[in-house]
Design a protein around this ligand. Sequence first.
Ligand code: NDP
Ligand SMILES: O=C(O)C1=N[C@H](C(=O)O)C[C@H](O)C1
Length: 247
Amino acid sequence: MTIRVAVTGAKGRMGSTVVEAVRAAEGMELVAALDAEDEISPESLNAAEVAVDFSIPSVTESNVHALLDAGVDVVVGTTGWTEESYERVRVHAEELGRAVLIAPNFAMGAVLAMKFAALAAPYFESAEVIEMHHPNKVDAPSGTAIATARGIGAARKGTGLDSMPDATQSDPEGTRGGLIDGVPVHAVRLRGLTASEEILLGNPGEQLVIRTDSFDRVSFMPGVILAIRSIRGRVGLTIGLDKILDI
Ligand SMILES: NC(=O)C1=CN([C@@H]2O[C@H](COP(=O)(O)OP(=O)(O)OC[C@H]3O[C@@H](n4cnc5c(N)ncnc54)[C@H](OP(=O)(O)O)[C@@H]3O)[C@@H](O)[C@H]2O)C=CC1
Ligand SMILES: O=C(O)C1=N[C@H](C(=O)O)C[C@H](O)C1
């Protein structure tokens, strides 16, 4: 059976790539391509069953609520989510018996890098995350870096690795990065990049580096298409593509 798909943020870098991917996908039909100027309503969604949101961090939550009210399940790649906004969407989706999947990164390499980092984290004294993106990105740090740092922080809990070795006493310019769950996170914006992340893990005399690079936005498309196919039949909020891949 054909899945009727709508895209919100359809004129953006990711949205326009998703539009092409849905058009090319077997068993899917693109029935609506909405952007900033378009209202989200049952009419504008044109009987879509699943909507994919790649808009901007400041509007994604309200888009998701509007999409749920309009009667569709929602796949979200937009960043900017907090524990509070997750909770509001979880409650709304459960009330309506609908499904929302929010993933900070749909690229296989990035999903696995987050997993590998959490797996390695309890065995290293030091861990730092460096995310590197194109200079048009509006948010920092990246959603992927936040999720990576949270995964590392959670994996270190209860292991005796209370804090990381760091003798820094003075850093008036904040060059040691931002701390997320105790993990230093550094953001680079560089012309020529698309999306990269490096996780550095250190012990006396050794280092493990986990690196993932998206050179092209096509890297995110297999994950987005898989999410569209998998979301039907689920209820409530799912966070992360790893849950769909069951890894
Ligand atoms: N999960 C993942 O795998 C990935 C996630 N991302 C995330 O996806 C998001 C989008 O990134 P990117 O495509 O580069 O950004 P862009 O700025 O290229 O695209 C965003 C689009 O959304 C539009 N928009 C603005 N307001 C609304 C609205 N209310 N409703 C619908 N659309 C709206 C923008 O229009 P206008 O320009 O007129 O404001 C623009 O066309 C970011 O949060 C980014 O971090 C990116 C890559 C992969
Ligand atoms: O804005 C981007 O480009 C990306 N955003 C996501 C993020 O913030 O993690 C995913 C990927 O890194 C590309």
